[in-house]
Design a protein around this ligand. Sequence first.
Ligand SMILES: NC(=O)c1ccc[n+]([C@@H]2O[C@H](COP(=O)([O-])OP(=O)(O)OC[C@H]3O[C@@H](n4cnc5c(N)ncnc54)[C@H](O)[C@@H]3O)[C@@H](O)[C@H]2O)c1
Length: 256
Amino acid sequence: MSKTISLDGSVAVVTGGAVGIGAVYVEGMARAGASVLATDIDEVAAIALAKRLQADGLQVESMRMDVTDPAQIDEALRFAQATFGGVDILVNNAALFTTLLPMRPFTEIESEDWARVMKVNVEAPFLCAKAALPYLRQSGRGRIINISSTTALTGAPTLLHYITSKGAVIALTRALAREVGGDAITVNNIAPGLTSSPTALSTVDAERFDAAAATRAVKRHQQPEDLVGTLLFLASEASSFVTGQTHVVDGGAFLQ
Ligand SMILES: NC(=O)c1ccc[n+]([C@@H]2O[C@H](COP(=O)([O-])OP(=O)(O)OC[C@H]3O[C@@H](n4cnc5c(N)ncnc54)[C@H](O)[C@@H]3O)[C@@H](O)[C@H]2O)c1
């Protein structure tokens, strides 16, 4: 975890923050000095994470929040305001990914699956950004960090609904950055390569991790912790003039 970037005095809300990469984001920002609200549809895991990090002296609270439900989004933001005094950073991490596996051709994807993925992966970041806007304006140094994927840049075959949704996240990032830049709010997205989150490890074939490592300039498996440095930079004051960008973190597999 980075010890060089400070988020002292900042408040962050992370969606899908109970397990996997989201939980590592929560811990990374809390260790950098932020007060963090870990939200997730998996309330039990969110509570367990918050308890573990509180025991370590970190400012972390948890709340059940389904990112497709505007009322729950509002409630979580109000809780963050009441508990921590505001919201400076929104991390839109929740998504349907590993639960969509196994990989399959687009002819086997049903319209209902397509709609469900777009709702969680694309509409939810829009809903969360909209609900967070008054808080981020109030902050005067607001940050929205979306999570896309290198699959949207490389056009990986299979999981067409997922990959299309992550392409939409990149477009959302760019357009939203222009809409809110006047309020000193930045909007960026991180595009991770295949990452060894617990859910990915339990659903993606081991050979795929080896194959991904072989395509990288830095030839190893990507860990959730590899994403934290970029996240902290984008969440911090240091990135106040960086917005609308896709930040690829994949060990140099996809070179822009
Ligand atoms: N793991 C990878 O290889 C990889 C690669 C590129 C991008 N990503 C992206 O990184 C992010 C995290 O990936 P991960 O591997 O940790 O995934 P994960 O499936 O382990 O975690 C997703 C989290 O989102 C939560 N979630 C799902 N639906 C929700 C809803 N409706 N409301 C609230 N929370 C909900 C889940 O409970 C879970 O905690 C995702 O956006 C994913 O698309 C992952």
